[in-house]
Ligand binder design. Structure first.
Ligand code: PLP
Length: 399
């Protein structure tokens, strides 16, 4: 997205502002899909950004949608996604949420405990439905080096691999209103090594095949999660798509004959969307304190918590620059407007020396886990607009 477009958006809609390149999102979907397991399915993980437009684009790009609440169920349905293309994940699904999902007739519930499965059975019997489920599994071992590990460690997610015992399968397979279709393993987010994603995929395939053989159920669904990362910081390298491609093709060849009735699935939010969005804020005040130079801006942690290190394990700065300015640089502290010292979105960021009040700071890689992941109720500032951009169609207000 060019500076020109960013300038026009700011001029037209003001700041703070989220601006998304819609065409880039479409292209990212196609790119990822091309390098995955042969004939696999891809789900857009809605929690990365719940704007209906993204569901719509993902769906037109032949993605299903992965939801994690009843709210996301309604949003995705109203965006035109068919229930049979929706899967439902999450460790804390309430009875009401399960009822709604079952009522709608979604594709699969990724069930995270035996208690949840019993709940599903009860609801399904009442509604005289048979509900397809998959077991979300928390593997024995920690795998991979993702920044946010979500499996292979103690967590609230999934069923422990060591609890996958005969009595468990006997119980599940004897439930008349449950149809066990497969398994789901989500390793964690922000994985930048193709090799780890392939290893995890192979592990999921092997585990699924072993369970299906041992307990005699028809394996149609193998969800290998994803966790496809993007580089945020200078030292990080992009996910090597060639390596992903060859690893996946190899797996495809190895397991083709064993997976004739089985489809492999992946999920992605961050990889598909993060690089398609920027967050634009305006410098309200430039000031000095004890030798440090501060830029106080009209948006910060309240609208972009991730840039202020919330929930992050690396305290690196998000990539950012001053719109339309370059030249000699110096270090700045970039803050939002909130009355809390944690509203700091850049520490010792190198920006042009002559940055001044009124200038626009562009925070890149903000398309995923931006506003939706932020405590925007804090201090009650009015919400930033969210605008989509697509070539000749120009701007579209998304929210
Ligand atoms: C959050 C989440 C995703 C999406 O992760 P990304 O890193 O954004 O791709 C996928 N699956 C599950 C189960 C999740 O919780």
């Amino acid at each position: 997205m060019t500076s020109d477009i960013q300038k026009r958006a700011v001029w037209q809609y003001g700041t703070p502002l989220y601006l998304y390149d819609l065409e880039q999102f479409r292209l990212k979907i196609n790119k990822l899909r091309k390098h995955l397991f042969p004939q696999s399915g891809l789900f857009f993980s809605m929690k990365a950004n719940p704007l209906p437009k993204f569901c719509d684009i993902a769906y037109r790009g032949r993605c299903g949608v992965e939801i994690a609440s009843a709210g996301e169920l309604s949003l995705s349905l109203s965006a035109g996604v068919k229930p049979e293309d929706i899967i439902f994940t999450g460790p804390g699904k309430t009875e009401r949420e399960l009822e709604q999902a079952i009522e709608a007739g979604i594709f699969i519930v990724n069930a995270e405990s035996i208690q949840e499965i019993r709940k599903i059975q009860k609801i399904a019997r009442k509604k005289e439905r048979v509900v397809p489920i998959a077991l979300r599994i928390n593997p024995h071992e920690r795998k991979g080096s993702g920044k946010v590990q979500m499996s292979g460690i103690a967590s609230q997610f999934g069923i422990e691999e060591e609890d996958l015992t005969e009595p468990l399968f006997e119980e599940i397979l004897s439930m008349p209103n449950i149809s066990l279709c497969g398994i789901h393993v989500y390793m964690g987010t922000s994985i930048l090594k193709a090799e780890e994603i392939c290893e995890n995929t192979e592990y999921v395939i092997q585990l699924g095949l072993r369970l299906a053989n041992t307990y005699s159920f028809e394996l149609t669904y193998l969800n290998a999660g994803g966790g496809f990362g993007i580089p945020y910081f200078p030292k990080e390298r992009e996910l090597d798509m060639k390596e992903l491609d060859s690893g996946m093709k190899q797996l495809g060849n190895t397991y083709k004959s064993q997976l004739t009735g089985t489809r492999v699935y992946f999920e992605s939010g961050r990889y598909l969307l993060a690089e398609c969005g920027v967050f634009l804020i305006r410098v309200l005040y430039r000031k000095k304190s004890k030798g440090n130079c501060y830029l106080v801006c009209d948006g910060g942690a309240n609208f972009h918590a991730a840039s202020a290190f919330l929930g992050r394990f690396v305290r690196g700065n998000f990539p950012m620059y001053v719109l339309g300015k370059s030249g000699e640089e110096q270090e700045f502290y970039v803050t939002g407007p909130s009355c809390t010292p944690t509203d700091l979105i850049g520490q010792k960021v190198r920006l042009p020396k002559n940055t001044k009040e009124g200038d626009i700071i562009v925070i890149e890689k903000s398309g995923a886990y931006g506003l939706t992941y932020s405590p925007y109720g804090f201090l009650s500032h009015s919400l930033p607009m969210e605008i989509g951009y697509r070539g000749e169609e120009g701007f579209e207000i998304l929210r």
